[in-house]
Structures are given as C-alpha cells and as structure tokens.
Design a protein around this ligand. Sequence first.
Ligand code: ZN
Length: 220
Amino acid sequence: MKKIIPILFLFVLTACSTTKKIVDKPIIFNDERTELTLNYLKERYGLDQKEPTIVPKMIVLHWTAIPTFEKSFDAFHDSKLPNWRPDIENVSGLNVSAHFLVDRDGTIYRLLPETTMGRHVIGLNHCAIGVENVGGTSETPLTKEQLKSNIWLVKYLAEKYDIAYVIGHHEYTLFEGHELWLEKDKGYRTKKTDPGEEFMTKVRNATKEYKFKRLPKNSN
Ligand SMILES: [Zn+2]
C-alpha cells in the first residue's frame, strides 16, 4: 500500500497540471525597462549583470488592491513608475511588476518570463517570482478560483525551479539578515498586508508535499 500512494500522487499531480493553462500577456519590456532593471540590480543589490535575469528560489504572493484586471495590468505595463507612486519613486524609476497576474475568475496571465526580474518585493527581487492577484480590498476579497490558481502555480513553479520558499508579501521583512536579502538601504521598507495569513495558510496546506522551507525568524 505504501508504494502505491506516491505513484497515485504523481498521477494526480500530472493530471492537475494539464487542466490549467497560462495565458501569455506580456507587459512592455523594452530597452528602457532592461536598463532600469539592470540599474536596480546594481544599485539595490550590488549585482552587476549583463541581462536582467533571476535565479528563482522563492515565490511571493500578492494582491493588487485594484478591483479589475485591466487596471491591475495597466499598473504594471509601463517601464517607468508613474507619478502616483512617489513613495518609492526616489529609490528607482523602474515600474513595479510581477511575473503572473491572476484574474478574479482564476485565469492565469504571465506578464514576464519567469526568469526575468520583476519589481514586486524589496530585498528579494533577484530570486523571487511574483504572483499578483486582482483585488484584495474589503469589497473584492480574493476568490476561491484565485486560491486554486495560486496553488496550481506554486506547484507548477516548484516542479520547474529549485524553489525553497513560498511567502506572502506581508512576510518579506522576515528575510532581513537572511542570505537571500540583498537590499542595501536600511531605510527602504514599505509595510505590506497582502495577501494575508488566511490565504497563505491555505496555500501552504495545499502544497505541503513540496516541503518548502520555514520562514526565517526575524526580530524586527
Ligand atoms: Zn504585494
């Protein structure tokens, strides 16, 4: 009996992976965005790279706090930070982005190649794949379909890359002092609440078999 379970489990995994699909809907990644990304890697992390690539070791889940897919997509589309984010504009002109954007109905859109750097989490962008979810406000709590798609995506990415951590954006400061944390400016932090404990607990319970590492303990 013990031998049958892993085989059955593998079969279920394979069956799941064929039922969802990813829709490619790339945001602008022109020379300007490449330049801004290379500059970000160098200035923030001390990484002098020729290409704006990452080695994925972590998945960070988010919500956009924007109620519609179109407006969420628009927030990431342009290369440069629009004026309405002056709180981080002085750090770098690179616009925020994420690799995936999950719509309210669970449709998964890929905005960036998985190994290109997106700007979605301070300190960890050099190794983190970002998954954004449309909504997250009190009027638009994340849906069951989004939860299912996030779980599917975590499994899909963990099969593909050497993913050690799956975290919620609200947990990112726990990595200060960790070997993966590269942000140089101690004053550059923003407080985050997305996507919340409840969502993360559900994702973690559904992906236990991947044995992701526990979050580091941080006294901050
Ligand atoms: Zn976030």
